[in-house]
Design a protein around this ligand. Structure first.
Ligand SMILES: Nc1nc2c(ncn2[C@@H]2O[C@H](COP(=O)(O)OP(=O)(O)OP(=O)(O)O)[C@@H](O)[C@H]2O)c(=O)[nH]1
Length: 305
């Protein structure tokens, strides 16, 4: 949904559950802001007993002290009953704030939270804070980090991406869930926002091209319907779908970098950022990506087994 359309969203009046079917099925539950978690009619155990992460959204452009004290009370309750739930605080709508003010706001929220929790006897609660906005990629990046913590195989995925990068001259590799643009894993080099943004934009380009030039494919292979760049496997007829390689695409950027995309399966795409010299050995890169893809299949097979 484009940010401008969010202006017309209706207010949330009850808990709404959005199932997300992807490489991992999960549900996002949206709670109305005015809900009272401590009301006796609110079934705290039934709701939080099943959750992996609590995302608490604070409006950084508004007065947040009341929402913050509700957050503190909720964390204390969770620590007593469900300490395994990840607590993620989105300091949201930071697009309206100057850089200095953003940092000050985050510092204030962190400090107040630490003080409040330590007064209640909880000194080492792990809480992640994310500065977010719908007007840039920060909301997707924050959500990516939340989801990554819920993936049991994250360490294995990271290792596989590290091996792929070091053997193929790749500077940064992301494994993206194409529809949500969440990246589920990346290699262990630091993520810089520009790399993430350009890879995320690249997905938009590929999805747009697919919508125009795409063709019908088997349900197992239909996420990126078709990108037919020079390097791709060539046009597929309907009868060939099961045996044809996945979609792939390469874009050369003016600054000498290259973006390499390979569809991994129904949901996932690998996007790599590398220098143009590395793609001169494209056979090697393609081969290593294939090995990575096979390894990934095994990782997810084992999970399903
Ligand atoms: N400036 C700015 N506005 C935002 C951002 N995110 C949401 N908004 C605006 O905030 C308003 C409320 O958005 P909602 O998503 O309905 O907020 P909510 O807190 O879920 O509200 P309820 O549904 O009532 O619980 C909308 O007009 C959005 O356009 C943001 O990152 N920056």
């Amino acid at each position: 949904m484009p940010p401008t359309e969010t202006l017309f969203l209706e207010s949330t009046t009850r808990i709404t559950k959005d199932p997300i079917h992807s490489f991992m099925d999960f549900q996002v539950w949206d709670f109305p802001g005015q809900i009272d978690f401590f009301d006796p009619t609110f079934d705290f155990d039934n709701i939080f007993g099943e959750h992996g992460a609590l995302i608490w959204v604070l409006d950084a452009q508004d007065e947040y002290l009341e929402a913050l004290s509700k957050l503190h009370a909720t964390i204390i309750q969770l620590q007593r009953n469900y300490p395994m739930i990840n607590i993620e605080v989105f300091i949201h709508k930071v697009d309206g704030l100057s850089d200095d003010y953003k940092i000050d706001t985050q510092r204030d929220i962190v400090q107040r939270t630490q003080d409040e929790l330590s007064d209640a006897g909880f000194d080492n609660v792990q809480i992640s804070y994310h500065l977010t906005s719908i007007y840039d990629h920060s909301i997707f990046e924050a959500f990516s980090k939340v989801i990554q913590k819920l993936i049991p195989q994250l360490g294995t995925l990271e290792n596989l991406l590290n091996v792929l990068c070091s053997n193929s001259g790749i500077e940064k590799a992301f494994l993206f869930d194409v529809l949500s643009k969440i990246y589920i894993a990346t290699d262990s080099s630091p993520v810089d926002v520009q790399s993430y943004e350009i890879c995320s934009d690249y997905i938009d380009v590929i999805v747009d091209i697919s919508e125009i030039y795409g063709y019908s494919r088997s349900p197992n292979r239909q996420l990126i319907d078709a990108s037919q760049p020079p390097q791709s496997a060539g046009p597929l007829s309907n009868g060939e779908e099961e045996t044809s390689p996945e979609a792939s695409s390469i874009i050369r950027l003016q600054n000498g970098m290259v973006l390499y995309l390979r569809e991994i399966n129904k949901y996932l795409a690998l996007i790599c950022l590398m220098r143009k010299e590395s793609i001169e050995k494209q056979g090697l890169v393609d081969y290593n990506v294939q090995v990575f893809q096979n390894a990934l299949e095994k990782v997810f097979e084992m999970r399903g087994a």
